[in-house]
Design a protein around this ligand. Structure first.
Ligand code: PLP
Length: 259
């Protein structure tokens, strides 16, 4: 009997089904792993933005995590929207009890500019969460928020990666997708540098890109790839999902997991 590797997402719900837990579970299904979820927050959300957000109590997060990890077990974990300092600290504590690679997507603000992390939680992300990450996957806004390094050109990516690595993750994947021109990302552990390039796709329906990439990295780690191979495979997956992104509602549609 085939028993797939198990991957856990610790993240928020996007009622519109484009990002968050929903994007994570779709990615995991597409990549052939068993997806599980610890919900941290619920958002009322659609293609136009986030209309409301509610945190779950820390006890609910702790209980979900223990239920899943203590019985079913996990081969990789991904974290996304953690919303508050209390949730960041609770999740960091839980992750430290689990011996599985962890991909931390330090979610700050959505594409529509809605805050998904309280400003007073940044310090907990820096000092508690990033030190327990195997791979951290900040975009350039998150790099600026977390480290103060402002990237304007691909040449700035190594400095940004150095500043993120100084906060403690084993690897930093700096996503340069918000720069003009080619979509360039840099993955490094401070010793090796892997540059990942993809042509810029002319598609504005990119909701859920970051969640999808981080979940794909976690899924490939669970499938047994090392970090550079997992990140390359995840980048290919998200590039296909962005190319196939489709319009829904009046705003920004989701990436597609059925390509
Ligand atoms: N909603 C939730 C619950 C998320 O976790 C995220 C990103 O991590 C977003 C929305 C934002 O998605 P995007 O910036 O791709 O629109």
């Amino acid at each position: 009997m085939h028993i797939p590797p198990r991957v856990l997402t610790v993240a928020g719900s996007d009622s519109g089904g484009g990002a968050g837990i929903q994007a994570d579970l779709k990615t995991m299904l597409a990549l052939g792993v068993h997806g599980m979820s610890v919900l941290t927050a619920v958002t009322a959300q659609n293609s136009l933005g986030v209309q409301g957000a509610w945190d779950l109590p820390v006890e609910a997060v702790r209980a979900q995590y223990r239920s899943v990890v203590d019985d079913i077990g996990v081969q990789a974990v991904k974290t996304g929207m953690l919303s508050s300092a209390a949730l960041v600290e609770t999740v960091a504590e839980l992750l430290a009890t689990t011996d599985a690679p962890t991909v931390v997507d330090p979610v700050g603000v959505s594409k529509h500019g809605d805050a998904l992390l309280a400003s007073d939680a940044l310090d907990s992300v820096r000092t508690r969460l990033l030190p327990v990450a195997t791979v951290a996957t900040p975009n350039l806004d998150e790099v600026a928020q977390l480290t103060g390094v402002h990237v304007t050109r691909p040449e700035d990516l190594p400095e940004a990666a150095g500043a993120v690595l100084a906060l403690g993750p084993r690897w930093a994947l700096i996503k340069g997708g918000h720069l003009e021109g080619e979509a360039v990302d840099l993955l490094t552990d401070g010793t090796e540098e892997h540059w990942l390039r993809a042509p810029r796709l002319d598609n504005r329906h990119t909701h859920g890109t970051g969640c999808t990439l981080a979940s794909a990295v976690a899924s490939h780690l669970a499938l047994g790839h090392d970090v550079p191979a997992a990140v390359r495979a995840a980048k290919d997956y998200v590039t296909g999902a962005i190319a196939a992104g489709f319009p829904l509602g009046a705003g920004i549609g989701p990436v597609d997991h059925g390509w």
